[in-house]
Design a protein around this ligand. Sequence first.
Ligand code: 13P
Length: 358
Amino acid sequence: MNKQALIDTAQAMVANDKGLLAMDESDPTCNKRFAALGIPQTVEARRAYRELLVTTPDLGEAISGAILYDETIRQRTKEGKLFLEELTDAGIIPGIKVDMGAKDLAGHPGERITEGLDGLRDRLAEYAGMGARFAKWRAVIAIGTDLPSRGCVEANAQALARYAALCQEAGLVPIVEPEVLMDGDHTLELCAEVTEEVLRIVFDQLNEQGVLLEGIILKPNMVLPGLKSPRQASVEAVTEATVNVLLRTVPAAVPGVAFLSGGQSAELASARLNAMNARYGARAPWALAFSFARAIQQPALEAWHGDDANVLAAQRILLHRARCNRAARRGEYTAAMEEENNDRTAPDAVADDTHKRS
Ligand code: 13P
């Protein structure tokens, strides 16, 4: 294991106030998002959409790395260039999702375990050979009556740690993603309690497995009330709860915390990230960054709507969200940034939307 190379990559993933573009939706998840907008669920539609993302002009200004998926790492632009090369040429570090999804955990109704450890060493070697420099594995933890169970949290934490050790052996920086889900009506306080417990167990397991903490990126949820909770929380409350949980659980050796968005709106995710950096950025021992999928892609996906004529409008919207999140890393994001962008994109977006869907 070349420790210095891992440390350099992990630091580069959160350097210069940039963050990660998660574009690693599995085929079923990507198809689900397409279906909701009436976009055909074909290999070609997925390819065309991902081409739109990776060829967005100036994306490297705000995006340090992009997470691909097994299908996309092998795909090419219409001109025949691998997406991975397109990203590398734009100064964006390519990474790859390597888990095989969350499956029902036997003996634990309502809970899931992420699979994919069998054969992982060989898959990592192949991806590293193709040019990937980091990987991602997502574990999901549900909050509910008597959930999560200790058994579920420990099993997922151990899998995350074994995955992380294998990644580092292969020279890939592991993104360690234990996601406490927003589904449900739980309070912010309960999410804080569960997230703290989960992170404690995850770091215990990372240490047990000998993972180099300087060579990982943590991808946690923000601490939020459940989507159906009658008591939604202010930006300040989310900021304080999230940073307090992280300060208690995440060792200072970890270079970066790159949040997932988890179902928050694009604007709220930016506003909350901004508040964390404005209030705590200077004294947090790790970078407070982003690794959003929905909160960065969804507005662009809606603008594209499966129609080639909307590619430029969608790319402008994607770049705008990337820039908003970079501003949020500096504590400089404002609601006015959204207004300025609406002024610039609305006429095109409306005009483009009149094209027929392909
Ligand atoms: P969201 O930002 O849409 O939660 O996705 C992040 C991610 O990579 C989930 O694994």
